[in-house]
Design a protein around this ligand. Structure first.
Ligand SMILES: [Fe+2]
Ligand SMILES: [Fe+2]
Length: 228
């Protein structure tokens, strides 16, 4: 059912946008942030009610939304939000999507993560196709400043935080041309797929932690191991 719905949405976007790549990415990135907002809202509700405490998951989902925000800012810097119709479609789709995922996350968290996994897979495929078709022309253009700041020159704490299968500082994209930026965005989508898949594992709530927490945990464990 979820797969059918995502396939239908994919079909609509493919036919409506076709080769209008930047508006298409703008819509995709506006919508891509939304599941993370929904998860954070519901997790905050559970914390407020004293049901459970999942500080690491809140952190990771916020870092994921922060990553998608930067994809969105990059698309805006490339003119993807120029026309009101694209902004109208993106914001209305995001509003509906937000509430659908909130309800789904309350009833079946696994399905809510599966939904996002499929959307992330679609994003990865779309960027990969774009790179294969337009890679050479992207090489001739310089990277937008917002991408340089996010991936290279700024504080990379949040960039490391959403990549739950890696340790901090493990991945450092080289950002010079616009092609490098799209490669980094595509590879970010692959990291989102990994995290969304990991969130569906039966023991996820015990295993999935923030990459920075992993470092702290291993630093604490190290002296006691030495003593043994
Ligand atoms: Fe994205
Ligand atoms: Fe994504």
């Amino acid at each position: 059912m979820i797969r059918l719905l995502v396939n239908f949405l994919e079909f609509v976007i493919n036919h409506f946008y076709q080769n209008r790549w930047y508006p298409r990415f703008y819509v995709l990135e506006t919508v891509a942030r939304v599941p993370y907002f929904s998860y954070i809202s519901v997790l905050h509700l559970y914390e407020s009610l004293g049901c459970w405490r999942k500080a690491d998951w809140l952190k990771v989902h916020f870092a994921e939304s922060w990553n998608e925000l930067h994809h969105l800012l990059i698309m805006e810097s490339l003119g993807g939000d120029r026309y009101w119709i694209d902004r109208f479609i993106a914001h209305h789709a995001a509003l509906v999507y937000y509430w659908v995922i909130v309800l789904l996350y309350l009833i079946r968290p696994k399905s809510a993560y599966y939904f996002a996994e499929l959307v992330e897979r679609h994003a990865y495929k779309t960027y990969d196709t774009f790179l294969k078709e337009h890679g050479d022309e992207l090489k001739a253009k310089i990277a937008p400043q917002i991408a340089v700041n996010y991936y290279r020159d700024g504080d990379l704490y949040m960039f490391d935080e959403f990549q739950t299968s890696r340790l901090p500082t493990e991945r450092r994209p080289i950002i010079k041309t616009l092609r490098d930026v799209f490669v980094a965005i595509r590879d970010d989508e692959a990291e989102h797929i990994k995290t969304m898949t990991a969130c569906q594992e039966p023991n996820a709530q015990f295993v999935l932690t923030s990459p920075h927490s992993k470092v702290i945990q291993s630093a604490i464990a190290l002296p006691s191991r030495k003593l043994n």
